[in-house]
Design a binder for this molecule. Structure first.
Ligand SMILES: NC(=O)C1=CN([C@@H]2O[C@H](COP(=O)(O)OP(=O)(O)OC[C@H]3O[C@@H](n4cnc5c(N)ncnc54)[C@H](OP(=O)(O)O)[C@@H]3O)[C@@H](O)[C@H]2O)C=CC1
Ligand SMILES: O=C(O)C1=N[C@H](C(=O)O)C[C@H](O)C1
Length: 275
């Protein structure tokens, strides 16, 4: 008999969380067993199917997550950093091995370190972007960034909808880290987060970021490599938020590995696309 993966979703009421819940409900090999909201949620104790304007599914939104974790094979996270950290740390002290797939962005350095610590005990896949297209351009950016830094400037720009909470986007950051890896430099030392006033000439070797927010744009990213005589532009546009949900399902299946589950560790979409 084919096994069914039991899934809990964190942040099921948000833009990403709703798309992921719908994808889980549509996946024949998955069952939604938990939907975790915060105590201030406007959608507390709602049937997830009804919340999505579908038939009742028998899984209701709740605040305590311990019972859902006990039932789950995997947790898919579409919430916000504080919830991600508290659930990841709770999972790290659980005896049974349940994986966490998080798409959340906007972690502070301290939160990222706490997530990495939790990943020593939990199989944890962190994806600043679930799109497989972004995973591909991440590799392209790393490859392009081998061009000599003295001749080629790297600039990253992103645009998102007016409601996005964090900047630069998680995707812009993962592209910046890919560029830094390609160049063999320390990302934090070379990142220029914004420019204003009398900035003077561009510092050689830096990676510049620019952010726009407006309207309903789902996500646009561009990495430009600029020399005096030519330019490379690597860009990506998301046309439909369901691409994130689809990628999250692909990542979840990779993490479950046919029911065996992955070993504790920090994984990324690169592991998924290279499999
Ligand atoms: N990796 C990827 O491919 C993608 C990642 N994202 C990321 O996913 C996250 C969620 O994005 P999005 O769905 O657009 O955001 P939303 O604001 O629409 O949803 C976030 C949900 O998380 C819950 N939540 C839990 N804790 C908090 C908190 N402390 N403050 C606010 N809300 C909280 C809220 O639900 P409630 O109040 O009901 O508990 C809220 O509905 C972001 O980090 C975003 O960058 C987004 C799209 C794609
Ligand atoms: O908040 C969003 O909407 C998105 N967030 C992710 C990010 O920060 O990169 C992914 C996607 O671009 C949409």
């Amino acid at each position: 008999m084919k096994s069914v993966t039991k899934v809990t979703v964190l942040g099921p009421t948000g833009r990403l969380g709703r798309a992921i819940c719908a994808a889980v409900l549509d996946a024949p090999d998955m069952e939604l067993v938990g939907a975790i909201v915060r105590s201030q949620s406007a959608f507390l104790d709602e049937d997830v199917g009804e919340m999505l304007d579908r038939d009742t599914v028998g899984c209701r939104t709740t605040v305590p997550f311990e019972d859902a974790l006990e039932l789950s094979d995997i947790v898919i996270d579409a919430s916000m950093p504080a919830m991600t950290i508290s659930v990841a740390e709770r999972m790290a002290v659980q005896a049974r091995k349940c994986g966490l797939v998080t798409g959340v962005t906007g972690f502070t350095t301290e939160q990222s370190e706490r997530l990495a610590t939790a990943a020593q005990r939990v199989p944890l896949l962190a994806a600043g972007n679930f799109s497989l297209g972004i995973a591909v351009i991440e590799a392209l950016v790393e490859q392009a960034a081998i061009l000599p830094a003295k001749d080629w400037d790297i600039e990253i720009s992103e645009t998102h909808h007016r409601l996005k909470a964090d900047a630069p986007s998680g995707t812009a950051l993962l592209l910046g880290h890919a560029a830094a890896r390609g160049r063999g430099i320390n990302h934090e030392a070379m990142a220029v987060w914004a420019r204003e006033g009398v900035t003077g000439p561009r510092r050689p070797g830096t990676i510049g970021y620019a952010v726009s927010r407006g309207g309903g744009i789902i996500g646009e990213h561009e990495v430009r490599l600029l020399s005096d005589m030519e330019e490379i532009s690597i860009s990506h546009r998301t046309h439909d938020r369901r691409v994130f949900a689809r990628g999250a399902i692909t990542a979840t299946r990779w993490m479950c590995d046919g029911g065996k589950g992955r070993e504790p560790g920090l994984y990324s979409m690169q592991d998924v696309v290279k499999a």
